[in-house]
Design a protein around this ligand. Structure first.
Ligand SMILES: Nc1ncnc2c1ncn2[C@@H]1O[C@H](COP(=O)(O)OP(=O)(O)O)[C@@H](O)[C@H]1O
Ligand SMILES: [Mg+2]
Length: 368
């Protein structure tokens, strides 16, 4: 559906060249929900803006259904852009217009008759559950409602792809869930291909089929969400899986064991059995489980007990075929920060990430 080939985008800033996107190749399939995740400054927004040519790549090619966008005429490009809707973190609604008039706006630009435009807009407002708000102004709406209006507006021209750049980043967790569920519904019911840009793993987990991990302009890893969650390969994906917004409650500052379980093993009372079988007193540092595509995923972080107990625990987990790894969180905060963020912009987000590094002495067992 959207294919990027060796896309690079550089910016000139005060005589310096900033490489925001560095030789990225990606293939987004029709009908999927594709995530692009990375920390602030990774180049996600620039990359997604290359998909509809809001940014013209410095080099490389962008294809929409095999049509070359970079070499398209401006008239052709306008046609393709209609098929690619976009929503943003800050909603970008027209404050002087009512909800209905906001949704009508792209149709008016296309020369659709007023009455027809209104009919279509009302249909869309129904779809996003805001039919009763058509006469309200954006300032009278909550964040979640504003984003729903933005979604309705983006769908007005019946796009085949919807690009969502941090669409839920300004919303609280519950509202986020609702908006993500709506995006999922648009994908399922209308068959719209979705590209989700986010810095939050929980967003990817809730709705994405596949995900690309981005760091410093480079796509480091692409794969099924499940595979990356269970077995993150790059440093960036490891950090995103282990921390992220929802996981700040996990005190990841001690030597610990991370137990990963999926739909199969989570139906078992693993923790209770672990304690009963091993007779080891366990100190839980944190846990989270989520439902991804119908099966439960989760991780449990326990403080590393004495060596003998660790051996007993490992033996028990091996026996059950449960995946785990031993983590060692460095106490030197500066070191880990420097390693991951050399850009001022990223400092803000990275400060949330508990500054953890990991000694790779994990013994990963594939879940049978
Ligand atoms: N228009 C621009 N001019 C100069 N630098 C830019 C511009 N847009 C983005 N950048 C730089 O490119 C890098 C990637 O930015 P961005 O794509 O916004 O990342 P993300 O969306 O992952 O936070 C950053 O270093 C940013 O400062
Ligand atoms: Mg961005």
């Amino acid at each position: 559906m959207i294919k990027l080939e060796n896309v690079t985008k550089t910016f000139k800033v005060k005589g310096n060249t900033v490489t925001a996107v560095d030789n990225v190749s990606l293939n987004i399939e029709k009908g999927e929900i594709f995530g692009i995740i990375g920390f602030s400054g990774a180049g996600k927004s620039t990359l997604v803006r290359c998909m509809n040519l809001l940014e013209v790549p410095t080099s490389g090619s962008v294809f929409f259904d095999d049509h070359d966008l970079v070499n398209a005429t401006s008239k052709e490009l306008r046609g393709y852009r209609k098929k690619i809707g976009m929503i943003f973190q800050q909603f970008n609604l027209l404050e002087q217009r009512t909800v209905l008039a906001n949704v009508c706006y792209p149709l008016e630009l296309e020369g659709v008759k007023k009455k027809e435009a209104k009919e279509r807009a009302r249909e869309l407002l129904k779809l996003v559950d805001l039919a009763e708000k058509e006469n309200a102004y954006p300032s009278q709406l909550s964040g979640g409602q504003k984003q729903r209006v933005a979604i309705a507006r983006a769908l007005a021209t019946s796009p085949e792809v919807l690009l969502c750049d941090e669409a839920t980043s300004a919303l609280d967790p519950l509202t986020t869930k609702g908006v993500l569920t709506l995006i999922q519904k648009i994908n399922k019911e209308l068959g719209v291909t979705i590209v989700v840009i986010t810095h939050e793993m929980k967003v990817v987990e809730q709705i994405c089929d596949r995900v690309a991990i981005m760091n410093k302009g480079v796509v480091e890893e692409v794969g099924k969400v499940r595979d990356i969650f269970l077995n993150p390969q790059s440093e960036t994906s490891r950090k995103l899986v282990f921390t992220g917004e929802n996981r700040n409650d996990i005190k990841a500052d001690k030597k610990s064991i991370r137990i990963v379980f999926d739909g199969i093993s989570s139906t078992e009372p693993i923790l209770a059995n672990l304690i009963l079988e091993t007779q080891v007193k366990l100190n839980i540092l944190g846990a989270n489980t989520e439902d991804i595509g119908g099966s439960a995923y989760g991780q449990l972080l326990i403080e590393r007990p004495d060596e003998r107990s660790v051996e007993i625990i490992k033996k028990y987990l091996d026996k059950l075929g449960i995946k785990y790894e031993e983590l060692d969180f460095a106490d030197d905060e500066d070191k880990s920060d420097k390693k991951y963020s050399d850009k001022e912009k990223s400092v803000d987000d990275n400060s949330k990430i508990n500054k953890l590094t990991k000694n790779k002495k994990s013994k990963d067992k594939e879940v049978a």
